[in-house]
Design a protein around this ligand. Structure first.
Ligand code: HEC
Ligand code: HEC
Length: 358
């Protein structure tokens, strides 16, 4: 047994080496001018002096080609700007494959790539939105044999998001599930309960037994900011997911992005005050102003009211915003239809503006 582990260890170590050597697939060149110029003054100049006899014509990659644009395109996959010391270029100037110029300690090449990055390549990279993904613990899916037997609430803590010393145990994600038919479960009412801080969430995926069904992805489009101490309904959509064949099926939730933010701000407060608030105050406040039976708390103060309403807006698909879809279209259970079409339209005017500048 012991020797098996040893062998495995070697294989891992070897493939680690191979990885460095392997050919990285060429990546498309973006509209290039600033990165191209920076390349020309740094790695290209060095390559034209030291690597040209092979990498300008007969030995791909042709990052020392006479045509600098061609060279730039060929060079990019071999520089890793996120971890410069791990660039293939750096490794290659250390492995001796070209004589003296490739028997260095790699620092010169690192400095050149750094300069390439700072002089212009950095302006070039599409800004990647900061994503911080999170996978919850797995919980057992309750037995749901009876078709349309009613929804069961599932709940996950979000502690993994928080450093252990400040765990906010009341932060959690909730979802309801029922058996829909012979071959599928039906999920509804995704909700994040926040504690002392506001959170931003994007892209929610349901994983059954570790895998997700890519055809059912209504919650992938969720994109919301949630104020502290609230729990807005994140989507009015139901999602069907194929039934598990496992003896004890498990469910996990993956968030493409879930992170703390300073607060939730409305970007169109004046429009809210004129177009939405009067209607909300007259039509909804009687119940939602004091009602503990709903998660929608509509207070008297304008800014707070806007924040609470904003959380029920669907950025990606405004017409599916729970704020309107629940009381007007009855997309989720609601005691009464309490809006006229004109009133719904007026609130929608605010929603449309709000999502534009969100
Ligand atoms: C004498 C010819 C020669 C010179 C000079 C030379 N190389 Fe190479 N280079 C090769 C050969 C041959 C290969 C492909 C075979 C291999 O993997 O060793 C290669 C491959 C590479 C690769 C691709 C590695 C991969 O994973 O695909 C890089 C990057 C590279 N060289 C960098 C350099 C740099 C930087 C210089 C100049 C400092 C240089 N080479 C100079 C012969 C040369
Ligand atoms: C007669 C009382 C009453 C009135 C008036 C009322 N609601 Fe509700 N609303 C409820 C109740 C009760 C629930 C909870 C229903 C449930 O969970 O079954 C609810 C739920 C909701 C939800 C879902 C909240 C969530 O997170 O699950 C939204 C959104 C909502 N109402 C919006 C409105 C809006 C907007 C108005 C005014 C246009 C309004 N409601 C007027 C009683 C009312």
């Amino acid at each position: 047994m012991k020797s098996l582990f040893l062998i495995l260890g070697c294989v891992v170590a070897l493939s680690g080496c191979n990885y460095r050597e392997s050919k990285v697939p060429p990546q498309p060149v973006l509209n290039a001018s600033s990165g191209l110029r920076a390349f020309q003054e740094t790695v290209y100049a060095h390559a034209r002096a030291n690597c040209v006899q092979c990498h300008s014509w007969r030995q791909p990659p042709l990052f020392a080609a006479e045509n600098v644009e061609e060279a730039y395109a060929a060079a990019k996959p071999y520089a890793d700007f996120h971890s410069i010391k791990d660039s293939t270029f750096v490794f290659r100037t250390k492995n001796g494959h070209c004589g003296q110029a490739c028997e260095t300690d790699g620092t010169h090449m690192q400095a050149l790539i750094q300069e390439w990055w700072e002089k212009g390549e950095n302006a070039q990279q599409p800004p990647t939105p900061q994503e911080s993904t999170l996978l919850t613990d797995a919980i057992a899916l309750p037995e749901l044999k009876k078709i349309k037997g009613g929804f069961v609430k599932l709940s996950w803590t979000l502690d993994a998001l928080t450093p252990a010393r400040v765990q906010q145990t009341s932060e959690r994600f909730e979802l309801e599930v029922e058996r829909f038919d012979v071959s599928s479960y039906r999920f509804r009412q995704p909700r994040i309960h926040t504690a002392d801080r506001a959170l931003e969430v994007r892209g929610i995926k349901i994983l059954i037994d570790g895998a997700s069904d890519l055809t059912g992805n209504a919650y992938l489009k969720i994109e919301n900011k949630i104020a502290a101490h609230s729990a807005p309904l994140l989507s009015i959509k139901h999602q069907l997911v194929p039934v598990s064949s496992a003896a004890e099926p498990i469910v996990q939730i993956s968030f493409r992005h879930l992170a703390e933010i300073p607060n939730v701000e409305c970007s169109e407060p004046t429009l809210f005050e004129n177009k939405a608030l009067p209607i909300l105050a007259s039509r909804c406040q009687s119940c939602h102003g004091k009602m503990p039976s709903s998660q929608f708390h509509l207070v008297n103060e304008t800014e707070e009211a806007c924040r609470a309403s904003r959380q029920l807006v669907n950025v990606v698909s405004p017409l599916d915003s729970p704020l309107i879809a629940v009381p007007f279209l009855q997309a989720a259970s609601h005691p009464a239809r309490v809006l006229t079409p004109e009133e719904a339209r007026s609130i929608n005017d605010w929603i449309a503006a709000e999502v534009k500048s969100w």
